[in-house]
Design a protein around this ligand. Structure first.
Ligand code: CP
Length: 303
C-alpha cells in the first residue's frame, strides 16, 4: 500500500512527478468542465481530528474533480467522542469499502501509526507539529510558478518554527529541490535541532528579508502551547511582523507566502497580505491541483 506520510519519506523524483501531474490538473481545473473521470472507482474518507478550512476543502474538491466518491468525517461530531479508538474508527470506515484515508490529527506520528495498523492508503493532512506534506508541496509549486524554479532560491521561514508542521515539511521539500533555507523568529519559538537540518537561524527580521527571495510567514500557534509564549503578541508583531513600509524599504521585491490562517496585524499586516507581492491565494489555488496529483498518483497504485 502506498502512502504520503511526510516529505521526509519521498524524494526529488517524486516531487517532480507530483508537479508534472499537478501542471496537467491545473490546466484541467481551469477548463469550463473542471472534472475528469479518472477515479470513478475510488472511495476516499477525509478524517479530521483538528480544525481545517483550506486543507479539508481543498482535498475534498480535488477528490471530487477526480470523480472519486468522498466521505468526510469530523472527529468533534463522531463516536470518537464516545471513546472509540483511532484504529477502530478507521477500520469501521474501511469496512464500508473505502480505499484511501486523508487524515489530520493533533498527534505527531499519527499518520505513520495509522499506516502501520490499517489496510488502506494514508495521506497525512497534518500531524501535530510534525509534517504537513501537501502544504509544503503546494508551497514549492507556488515558488516554482512565481520564480520559475525552486533550485537556487533563498527562502526564509519566519515565526513559530517550534510548533510548525509547515516549517518542517517546507525545510525538507525546499532543500531536496536545491533551495537555501533560513529561519527567523524569537529564540523561544526556534527548536534546538534546527541547525542539524542544515538550516541557518537569522534572528534579525530585516537581515532575513534582505537576504531572501521568498519569505514564508507563519502564524504563532497559541493552541499548541501550554503557557503564553514569549514575547507577547504585541512584541512579536513589533519585532517579527512584516508591514508594507518594511517591504518597501528593501532594495528588492521579495515574494510573500503564508499557509493560512493569517492573524492580520500580527505576522503580516493587511497591506502586505493583500499586496501584489503576496501569493497567498495562489498557494490556496495551487493546493487543489497538488492534492489532485497526490491522490491520483496514489490511487493509480490501488486500481
Ligand atoms: N494551511 C492549512 O493547513 O490551513 P487549514 O488549517 O485551514 O487547513
Amino acid at each position: 500500500v502506498n502512502h504520503l506520510l511526510g516529505i521526509k519519506y519521498i524524494n526529488k523524483k517524486d516531487i517532480d512527478l507530483i508537479f508534472e501531474t499537478a501542471d496537467h490538473f491545473k490546466e484541467v481545473i481551469n477548463r469550463p468542465i473542471k472534472k475528469v473521470p479518472s477515479l470513478r472507482d475510488i472511495t476516499i474518507a477525509n478524517i479530521f481530528f483538528e480544525n481545517s478550512t483550506r486543507t479539508k476543502l481543498s482535498f475534498e474538491l480535488a477528490q471530487k474533480r477526480l470523480s472519486a466518491d468522498v466521505i468526510s468525517f469530523s472527529a468533534a461530531q463522531s463516536s470518537v467522542k464516545k471513546g472509540e479508538t483511532l484504529i477502530d474508527t478507521v477500520n469501521n470506515i474501511l469496512s464500508m469499502k473505502v480505499d484511501m484515508v486523508v487524515m489530520r490529527h493533533a498527534n505527531p506520528g499519527a499518520a505513520y501509526f495509522l499506516s502501520k495498523n490499517v489496510k488502506a492508503s494514508i495521506v497525512n493532512a497534518g500531524d501535530g507539529a510534525h509534517e504537513h506534506p501537501t502544504q509544503a508541496l503546494l508551497d514549492s509549486y507556488s515558488i516554482r510558478e512565481k520564480l520559475g524554479d525552486v533550485a537556487g532560491k533563498k527562502v526564509v521561514i519566519v515565526g513559530d518554527i517550534l510548533h510548525s508542521r509547515v516549517a518542517l515539511s517546507n525545510i525538507y521539500a525546499l532543500q531536496m529541490q536545491g533551495a537555501e533555507v533560513k529561519v527567523c523568529g524569537p529564540k523561544t519559538l526556534i527548536p534546538r535541532y534546527i541547525e542539524s537540518l542544515g538550516v541557518t537561524v537569522e534572528p534579525n527580521l530585516r537581515k532575513a528579508l534582505e537576504w531572501c527571495d521568498v519569505a514564508n510567514m507563519l502564524r504563532v500557534q497559541n493552541e499548541r502551547m501550554d503557557v503564553n509564549f514569549f514575547p507577547s503578541t504585541r512584541e512579536y508583531a513589533q519585532q517579527y511582523g512584516v508591514d508594507k513600509a518594511l517591504l518597501d524599504s528593501l532594495d528588492k521585491e521579495i515574494v510573500i507566502m503564508h499557509p493560512g490562517p493569517i492573524n492580520r496585524g500580527v505576522e503580516i499586516t493587511s497591506d502586505v497580505a493583500d499586496s501584489q507581492q503576496s501569493v497567498i491565494l495562489n498557494q490556496v489555488e495551487n493546493g487543489v491541483a497538488i492534492r489532485m496529483a497526490v491522490i491520483y498518483l496514489l490511487a493509480s497504485k490501488i486500481q
